[in-house]
Design a protein. Structure first.
Length: 118
């Protein structure tokens, strides 16, 4: 069932509860892009959206790149692929945050509906 169909089962009071809870639980698009812009080389935007695996990989590449850049530019071997990856992430980040927010909304709606039947 989609979130829209689930919302159709809620009363006005329950919708108000869902709206209030969602405001506290949803991820900010602005925060995601600020993290991407300033700390993207360390995977901060991926940590923000819960993508721990890619975040750790970007963190390792970023640290290796910046710590070894001073040794005859060896760090570029790590940084150039990381910068390409970061650029691709800029286009995907919007969808990841929207998906996180939709999942949070679904979880909240299901909690409200489960309280009704309990």
């Amino acid at each position: 069932m989609s979130n829209l169909e689930l919302k159709g089962q809620l009363t006005a009071q329950e919708m108000s509860m869902v709206s209030t809870e969602l405001e506290h639980a949803k991820k900010s698009m602005a925060v995601g892009y600020v993290l991407w812009f300033f700390l993207g080389e360390f995977g901060a935007h991926n940590f923000f959206v819960g993508r721990t695996g890619p975040a750790v990989a970007q963190l390792i590449l970023g640290l290796l790149g910046w710590f070894t850049i001073w040794i005859f530019g060896i760090g570029l071997i790590f940084l150039i692929p990381l910068w390409i990856w970061k650029l691709i992430d800029a286009f995907l980040l919007h969808g990841w945050i929207n998906r996180q927010n939709e999942e949070a909304e679904r979880r909240i709606i299901q909690q409200v509906l489960s309280r009704r039947t309990a």
